[in-house]
Write a protein that binds this ligand. Sequence first.
Ligand code: BGP
Length: 477
Amino acid sequence: MQHRQLKDFPDGFLWGAASAAYQVEGAWNADGKGESVWDVFTREPGRTFKGSNGEVAVDHYHRYAEDVALMAEMGMKAYRFSVSWPRIFPDGRGTPNEAGLAFYDRLIDALLANGIEPVLTLYHWDLPQALQAEYGGWEDRRIIADFAHYCVTLFQRFGGKVKYWVSLNEQNYNLTNAYQLGTHPPAVQDRKRFFCANHHAFLANATMIAAFRQHVPQGQIGPSFAYSPAYPASSAPADMLAFENAEEFTNYWWLDTYCFGRYPQAALAHLQAAGEAPDILPGDEAILRNGRPDFIGVNYYQTLTFTENSLDGVTMQRINTTGQKGTTPASGVPGLYKTAPNPNLTTTNWDWSIDPTGLRIGLRRLASRYALPLMITENGLGEFDQLEHGKVHDSYRIDYLRSHLHACREAITDGVDLIGYCAWSFTDILSWLNGYQKRYGFVYIDRDETDAKTLQRIPKDSFYWYQGVIANNGADV
Ligand code: BGP
């Protein structure tokens, strides 16, 4: 579809940027905060790049006022951040920690005072360690009530001033790493346990959305999904089938369940035959159907291309966490699909394909299938940046963001109801497994894996570029 003229971004479009508590806040044990699973996991040798962790991160907990002032200078209209569950409930449940709630009050109030819409993520992976230790976190149905209690506490406290809420961030990516690859806590590799934990996360998500309707009736809520639209490696029927398998198992397994309240049929039948399906109890389907979101949050970085994979073929492989280009092996599920290179696309140094058209394709697929508004809750380029004479000339990041924003505009012209765009990330932050060398921010942070240095904030070239984009509502992208 080629357009002679593109539509403008709508009035009130949420031009933003995003972060997550563990990746920016630091202050890991300040003011009564409890431990999260990440506080414990990163202390174990060999888990993260050079043993990096979020104990200090970029010290946003203490420097949030300076960071919000920079957001205001940039003209940002929205800031997506997450609340740290163990900062509110050090033991996962019980009586809330007032000092933790007060921090987010200060942050939200500072955003609102600067005309920046807060977009609050309820869960970005930092589960209270107490709940992991007590009953295995997402593997036990007790998590559903504890998560609801935590969320309702936030609804009651912030519901009057926060309109946009993100329920679970990248349930698909986080739990795949946690229970299939063994690369996020609790570092398990077991498909049955994976689908079980994932089912509980769906139930927790839907239960909490039902509570949201009671407590924040004017608000909007949706999950953030790590969305890599699938391509077939060729038009050979075997590749097309592998592509269909990948779409069902890597995308629709989550999106259909969030939006339709049911699992995709072929994937469920396959798992039942393999003895890997989750236990679906009477009443679960009604809970899931009651949790339809108001919008879908889209975290888009890349498309993935798939080809057939024999029954004794490759299994799931770890991602590249070094930035050494070309070191990512094919990864897949035997008998279903495996990844293949796409010769039409270039990649980043971490082997993530760069594909703005894939974003347009993905937005259209979601809009057509689910008929919901979409918000891009993450999109960005992780790269090595160089600080030279106090400046960072990140023209490659500007190119990446501009081309993806252009794809957004094309999707809007195609009829997609896109309400916002949150670039990942505002400042440089800790990358979960990649340390501090894989930078995403508009604002450079003076620190590395081994030394927290000055933590000085230095706007990059992309900061001033995005400032201009926002000022003219994207008319030039
Ligand atoms: C998403 C996460 C973010 C962020 C981003 C970049 O999966 O929601 O928290 O980390 O990806 O990923 P990475 O840091 O691995 O490059």
